[in-house]
Design a protein around this ligand. Structure first.
Ligand SMILES: C[S@@+](CC[C@H](N)C(=O)[O-])C[C@H]1O[C@@H](n2cnc3c(N)ncnc32)[C@H](O)[C@@H]1O
Length: 285
């Protein structure tokens, strides 16, 4: 059987299961089984299959049962780098790359307007996607990244080593506590907190496979924003910036909170590439 025939056969096998993007996922799983890249796979369509088909169908069966592609291959591309991911961390999402982009612009702007060392904290770092991507782009920045989950931090450490990122230090603990304990004062705070409301229905692929500590943000999904809005002064320099990702339908509630907690501060909400409200920036000066 050729690679092309195997792909067709797998497509037929999965056609009755409603999995978005399953055709591109199948190609990714074939490339994974061949230990090659997607680009190479296209050049190998007429080659005979030379890997263990039993193992391949076992992967397809896991996929069919709901396991995300990224947890099968243990990889997710984010901001141009291949991150290791497993069931202990949220699979980094493409929308979050946009947050990283905005923060890189903020950093450049800060460097021009106020030269000198800059410190960034990333709360709930998970795989380290945000902290490591920013760290690699800005090797002169000092970054502290935290998570409450020790298994998640083991994944972050793995990615720090894999991607040779030198300027990110890891801290374990609840929200701002480790930063307060270490007396860290930051210029930029980043947080993509768990923001799904507790009762919200979400796809089984997410609910059954991704860690709940990374998903749910209390009754209304806003628990972690409250926590930071209440206590930011303990960890921020007075001219700092707070940067958040949030759910596409949370702008209205979040804006009310921002007005309550920061009546005199400037803030900005930004949409993602899908035209959904996704990011919030609060200027503390
Ligand atoms: C939505 S995930 C974001 C992961 C990563 N920053 C990203 O953008 O892909 C939220 C992260 O917050 C962590 N977390 C949950 N509760 C926390 C808490 N009380 N203190 C610190 N981190 C927490 C979770 O373990 C998870 O890694």
């Amino acid at each position: 059987m050729t690679i092309r025939e195997l792909i067709k056969k797998t497509e037929a096998e999965l056609s009755e299961v409603a999995i978005p993007n399953f055709i591109s996922d199948i190609k990714a799983l074939v490339a994974f089984s061949l230990q090659t890249s997607l680009a190479q796979l296209y050049a190998m369509q007429e080659d005979e299959v030379n890997f263990n088909l039993e193992q391949y169908w076992a992967l397809i069966s896991e996929y069919k049962n709901g396991k995300p592609l990224q947890q099968i291959t243990n990889r997710q591309y984010f901001y141009g780098n291949e991150f290791y991911v497993d069931s202990n961390v949220l699979i980094p999402r493409y929308e979050t790359e946009e947050l990283v982009d905005y923060i890189n612009v903020i950093i450049d702007d800060r460097k021009t307007k106020k030269p000198g060392p800059l410190t960034l904290i990333d709360i709930g770092t998970g795989s380290g996607a945000i902290a490591i991507s920013i760290g690699l782009e800005n090797p002169d920045l000092k970054i502290y990244a935290s998570d409450i989950s020790e298994p998640a931090l083991r994944v972050t450490q793995k990615n720090l080593t894999k991607l040779e990122c030198q300027n990110v230090e890891l801290l374990q603990g609840n929200m701002l506590e480790p930063f307060i304990k270490e007396k860290i004062k930051a210029d930029i705070l980043v947080c993509n907190p768990p923001y799904i409301p507790k009762q919200q229905k979400i796809s089984a692929r997410v609910k059954d496979y991704e860690p709940h500590v990374a998903l749910f943000g209390g009754e209304d999904g806003l628990f972690f924003y409250h926590e930071i809005f209440k206590n930011w002064e303990k960890v921020m320099k007075e001219d700092g910036i707070l940067c958040f990702e949030h759910g596409y339908d949370q702008k209205r509630q979040l804006e009310k909170l921002v007005r309550d907690y920061f009546p005199k501060k400037k803030y900005k909400f930004t949409k993602d590439v899908n035209k959904k409200w996704r990011m919030l920036f609060i200027y503390l000066l």
